[in-house]
Structure formats: C-alpha cells, structure tokens
Design a protein around this ligand. Structure first.
Ligand code: CP
Length: 309
C-alpha cells in the first residue's frame, strides 16, 4: 500500500469514514485492546500555529496507542525561525517519525510537506483552508449524539469566511442525504463562493441569514465558531465584528429540545459560559471525541487498523 495522507476530508471515501468512526467507537468501548497498537511508532507534531485541542489530542491519541510523540508547538522554537523551509523541516522530521501531524498558517503547506517526505502527513489545519481532523471529530460527535448523519438541519454561525472548520464540515456533510445548511454570519464574513458552489452541485438546500434568532427553531445542530482575530488584516474590522453573535440561554428558549450545540473551540465570547450546563451543549464531548477519532486515524494511516483482534 502507498503512503496515505490526510490533507482534505475528501481524501477519505464515505465507506472509509464510516469504518473510521466504527473504529473510534470500538476504541471508546474497548480502550485496552488498542493500548499497544503503536508500540515502536512515533508521531511528529509540527505546529507552526498555536493549538490546544488538536496538538494535545494527537499527543494523547498516540500515547494511548502505546506510541511516542516528538515535535514543536510554535514556529519560534523550530529552525523555521532561522529561515528553514517547510519542505526541509518536514523531510527532516520524517527521518525521526513514522507519521506527522502539521498545522501551518499558509494554505497548501501540508501538500508541499506531503510531496517532500515518505511518511503520512496529516493536515492539522492550514490557514483559512481545511481542518480535516476537526471534521472527523465533528462527524463522530454528531453520529454519537444523533445516531445518524443524514436528515438534519445544520446551522453554522460566526466567521464563515475564514472558518476552515466550517468549510471542511460542509464538504463532508454533503455526502449524506437530506442535509440543509443555515448559514448565519455578518455580510463581511459570509461563506466563500466555492463552498456555495459545492452545496449547489450536491443539490443541498442552503440559506443565508443574519441572526441566530431567526435560524434557531429549525436547527438540529448549531455549530458555533469564533471570529478569528488572527485572520483579519485590520483590527478595526475585528473589533466591530467580534461580538456579532453571543449564544446565551435566552436565545436557546426557542431551540429544539434535542438540539446539539457544537463548537470546535477555542471559544472567546460567542457562547456564554451559562450555556455549558445546558444538556444540549456538547462542545467538550466533541473535544473528547477528537482524541478517539485521531486514534482511529493514526491506526488507519499506518495500516494498523486491521491488525487489532
Ligand atoms: N479546534 C481546534 O483546532 O482547536 P485548537 O486550535 O486548540 O487546536
């Protein structure tokens, strides 16, 4: 089998996604079965941008599979600070590891990386482009909460322009039957045209609205996102837009009783902390699902998924 990378969620077929989620479910049920599966394997984590969940859940995932982890958590502590190219960094770390998860502010950096090394590359987020392992996390969380991935209305709210988690999630959900999207954003942060084109091509129903209130009653899933300061060129625009949406208990009064509230996190002000105790808030469960699906992904890309009895 050739080297498998995960650059975009579309690199995985629908059957493969299904198998990977089944594997994650089995890991959740039977963790001890998997505790030695990556013995002798090393994961490289190359994070040129800050992260809490993605880097640490990858680290926890590899440790719980019995493997080792090496890497860096900021460009400043790597030789990138001395001008080393992504290609050379990745080629070098490929000498010390069996699989690499990398996050980089430049769109396309993981594609360059995949071209320069012989170990699998996992895109852990490239600029405003893609974040496929967040999407795997989101799919597993939705499937565990709803017991299905079809027939639902999904509201996505906040920064839909730069929000790579939203772009990847929509791309993935388009595979499933009867998914409708309600896109909730200020005009300045509307979803890119290419995502609209993809929804149209898949004959998915979608609408754009300005307020959470008008969308709320119909939603099965509400996917909140942060307005990302680091993607703005102009601080004035960021300050003007950052508090456009704040989900609070009052707004949830008209929501379905079985709404699932997700957020890739980190959160700033867009979900009131009072919402955390509402049984519909599932964003910390989502963060936990991130560890299990990354365990399943590592096993799959290393070709070890079939070896566990
Ligand atoms: N969801 C997510 O990517 O979080 P981090 O930036 O903390 O990794």
């Amino acid at each position: 089998m050739g080297i498998r990378n995960l650059i975009n969620i579309t690199d995985l077929g629908t059957d493969e996604l299904f198998q990977m989620m089944n594997l994650a479910d089995d890991i959740i049920e039977n963790p001890s079965k998997y505790s030695e599966t990556c013995r002798g394997k090393t994961l490289g984590t190359l994070f040129f941008e800050p992260s809490t969940r993605t880097r640490l859940s990858f680290t926890a995932a590899m440790m719980e599979l019995g493997g080792n982890v090496l890497g860096f958590s900021e460009a400043a502590s790597s030789s990138a600070a001395k001008g080393e190219s992504v290609s050379d960094t990745v080629r070098t770390v490929g000498c010390y590891s069996h699989i690499i998860a990398m996050r980089h502010p430049k769109e396309g950096a993981p594609v360059v990386a995949a071209d320069r090394t012989t170990v699998p590359i996992i895109n852990a987020g490239d600029g405003g482009h893609f974040h496929p392992t967040q999407t795997l996390t989101d799919l597993l969380t939705i499937r565990r909460e709803k017991k299905r991935l079809d027939n639902m209305v999904i509201g996505v709210c906040g920064d839909l322009k730069f929000g790579r988690t939203v772009h990847s999630l929509i791309g993935a959900m388009l595979r499933y039957e009867n998914i409708e999207f309600v896109l909730i954003s200020p005009v300045e942060l509307k979803i890119p045209q290419y995502v609209k084109d993809a929804m149209d091509k898949a004959n998915a129903k979608w609408t754009e609205v300005r307020t959470l209130e008008e969308a709320m009653p119909r939603l099965d899933i509400l996917y909140m996102t942060r307005v990302q300061k680091e993607r703005f060129f102009n601080e004035e625009d960021y300050i003007r837009l950052k508090d456009t949406y704040v989900l609070d208990l009052k707004k949830l009064e008209v929501a379905k009783k079985d709404l699932t509230i997700l957020h890739p996190l980190p959160r700033v002000t867009e979900i009131s902390t009072a919402v955390d105790d509402d049984p519909r808030a599932k964003y910390f469960e989502q963060a936990l699902c991130g560890k299990y699906i990354r365990m399943a992904l590592i096993l799959t890309l290393l070709g070890l998924d079939k070896e566990v009895k």
